[in-house]
Design a protein around this ligand. Structure first.
Ligand code: FMN
Length: 213
């Protein structure tokens, strides 16, 4: 069985709605990324699905923070990113690429769902952020978009099919990470792994200058 967790990062509830549609379909846990769910939950998870909203430079801030801490644990797991926003569909692959760099995973897939903006729900700091944006672009701050729940349902269905494929199958008996340490005899850099690195990331000397500890 593919053990799945859906996390979401939201300000006004749209990303949460999408996450719930996906977790209902997959019958799995749905967790606000605000809530600490560190070690055991992720250890038992084969596929982590992250739903986050676009929010200018603050996009996916908590999801990124979580992955920068837990990233290494995703090596033998699958990561699925669902971005939700008004107009950043084209920029989404860049954000997704940054996130995947924080947490290189076994299999990786992304989706984008169109969101919405309701002016009367904005927090004062969001108004300030959007005001700056509208001064730069000339865009008016008015009610915009309509959360695309049909697309969210399509995404849920697609993910369900994806999890049944060989690419997204759970890794059985993943071999434990190597504990062997190698020290660079030139600068003292320590590398952990079965073999020394091709090149020392600090001083640049080759693998032959590393000694097993
Ligand atoms: C302050 C602010 C900044 C936003 N920045 C972006 C953006 O850069 N790109 C985008 O596509 N949508 C942007 N949006 C639109 C949101 O992604 C959209 O309102 C989304 O539905 C909010 O999700 P939530 O309900 O989960 O908080 C922004 C909205 C706000 C309030």
């Amino acid at each position: 069985m593919n053990n799945v967790i859906v996390t979401y990062e939201t300000f006004h509830g749209s990303a949460k709605k999408i996450a719930q549609i996906i977790s209902d379909k997959l019958e799995c846990k749905c967790i606000n990324i605000d809530t600490p769910f560190e070690a055991e939950d992720l250890a038992q998870t084969d596929t982590l699905i992250m739903v986050f909203n676009f929010r200018g430079p603050y996009t996916a801030q908590l999801s990124k923070l979580y992955l920068s801490r837990a990233g290494k644990q995703l090596k033998n797991k699958n990561l699925i990113l669902v971005g939700e926003g008004l107009f950043s569909e084209k920029e989404f692959p860049i954000v997704a690429g940054e996130i995947h760099e924080l947490a290189p995973s076994k299999a990786f897939k992304t989706y984008f769902v169109k969101g919405q903006l309701r002016v009367d729900t904005l927090f004062p700091e969001e108004r300030a952020l959007l005001k700056k944006f509208s001064e730069l672009t000339g865009m008016q701050i008015v009610d915009m978009g309509q959360l695309d729940l049909d697309k969210a349902a399509e995404v849920a269905q697609d993910i369900e099919a994806l999890l049944a494929t060989a690419e997204f199958a759970p890794v059985k008996d993943a071999s434990p990470e190597s504990e062997t340490k190698w020290i660079c005899t030139v600068c003292g850099y320590i590398h952990t792994g079965d073999t020394p690195p091709e090149k020392c990331p600090l001083c640049g000397v080759g693998a032959d200058r590393f000694k097993k500890q």
